[in-house]
Write a protein that binds this ligand. Structure first.
Ligand code: SF4
Ligand SMILES: [Zn+2]
Length: 339
């Protein structure tokens, strides 16, 4: 591939897009009750970390535009308000950090938050943008603010070498303190199977991370890794150096924990997302959706024993013998200059 041409074409496409990335309506549990949700993704200049470096599994930069202006953002807000149907939970995403003033200026952040009549408003941010004064001002604009942080793993080694997260577990804990002191609540994203971990390592890392971040004011959201377009991880996946997590692994995590968990549906049952086999993917994804709204772990007790389950067990046993640990070098060579 001619990377120079590709990069130019990619930048042209990005700078021509100035509207909302997308929005959708869904359902989620709120204090034990299933309520309607509204989610919207604003197109901003993008994640500051992504501009400097970026996480290995992240392709969100494709939904951003470094040339976005204040006027574009104002138009996006008007569009978002039109699409809002009075849902009790509103989630406002930016493919970056809502609290980064370079993405969303403070006065606009206030306008956005006060535009929706929700009981719970969710915004995402990296910990370095979580500041006491900022939170104090923004918490006044909503009934209850929930800050979602992509911690991904509570293990610093995984954060640095597998995810290239650019912050450590202690940074997350410091930001968590600020969130709770401001009267806000937290949502923590954890990954199942970031790159360079075996299936077993990924399961154990996630179970340990769930228990580390468990807190009454924290909602834990599990993101089984999906291979995003134009992410570094995509290069490994195309070379068959990465397999997305098995759905069986996700069920193992659910069964070995007792915390409430929200399972992200992104990519579930597809070849780029957590998958088993074409015979059982559909049924299991349906159960996972039911689990999100009921937290009923018994849903998984009567799953048919698909033949792929024994493949998954063998895969877990054999993988440590075949795991290719040189993939980090390939990644850094081939990705240089790609974005
Ligand atoms: S995963 Fe989040 S923090 Fe990492 S580069 Fe993407 S948007 Fe930024
Ligand atoms: Zn199967």
């Amino acid at each position: 591939m001619d990377f120079d041409n590709f990069t130019k074409r990619f930048k042209d496409v990005r700078s021509s897009r100035t509207g909302l990335v997308s929005s959708w309506h869904g359902e989620e549990l709120l204090d034990g009750e299933v309520v309607d949700t509204f989610a919207v993704i604003f197109r901003t200049r993008g994640c500051a970390w992504s501009h400097r470096n970026g996480c290995t599994m992240c392709g969100y930069h494709t939904d951003t535009n470094p040339e976005i202006t204040r006027s574009h953002l104002n138009t996006q807000l008007k569009e978002a308000i039109q699409r809002y149907g009075g849902e009790r939970i509103v989630k406002i995403y930016t493919s970056g950090s809502f609290f980064d003033p370079g993405e969303i200026p403070l006065d606009l952040a206030k306008d956005i938050l006060s535009s929706f009549d929700s009981e719970l408003t969710v915004v995402e941010s990296r910990p370095e943008f979580v500041k006491p004064d900022l939170l104090k001002e923004l918490c006044d604009s909503v009934q209850l603010l929930q800050i979602a942080m992509g911690l991904e793993s509570a293990n610093d080694f995984v954060l640095e070498h597998s995810i290239n997260k650019g912050f450590g577990y202690s940074d997350y804990l410091d930001a968590r303190e600020i969130v709770f002191n401001a009267g806000a609540v937290l949502r923590t994203y954890l990954l199942l199977k970031p790159p360079f971990l075996t299936e077993n390592e990924a399961i154990e890392d996630l179970i340990r991370s769930i228990s580390e971040v468990d807190h009454p004011k924290n909602t834990i959201s599990i993101n089984p890794v999906n291979v995003q377009r134009h992410s570094p991880l995509e290069l490994l996946w195309r070379r068959k150096l990465y397999r997305p997590p098995w759905l069986w692994s996700l069920i193992e995590v659910i069964e070995r924990t007792d915390q409430d968990l929200i399972i992200s549906r992104a990519g579930l049952g597809s070849k780029r997302g957590a998958n088993n086999c074409s015979d059982c993917d559909k049924d299991i994804v349906k159960k996972l959706q039911e689990f999100n709204l009921s937290q009923d772990r018994s849903l998984f007790s009567d799953l048919p024993d698909c033949t792929c389950k024994s493949h998954w067990k063998t895969y877990k046993e054999m993988e440590p013998l075949t795991h290719f640990r040189g993939s980090l070098e390939i990644l850094s060579d081939r990705y240089a200059g790609y974005i």
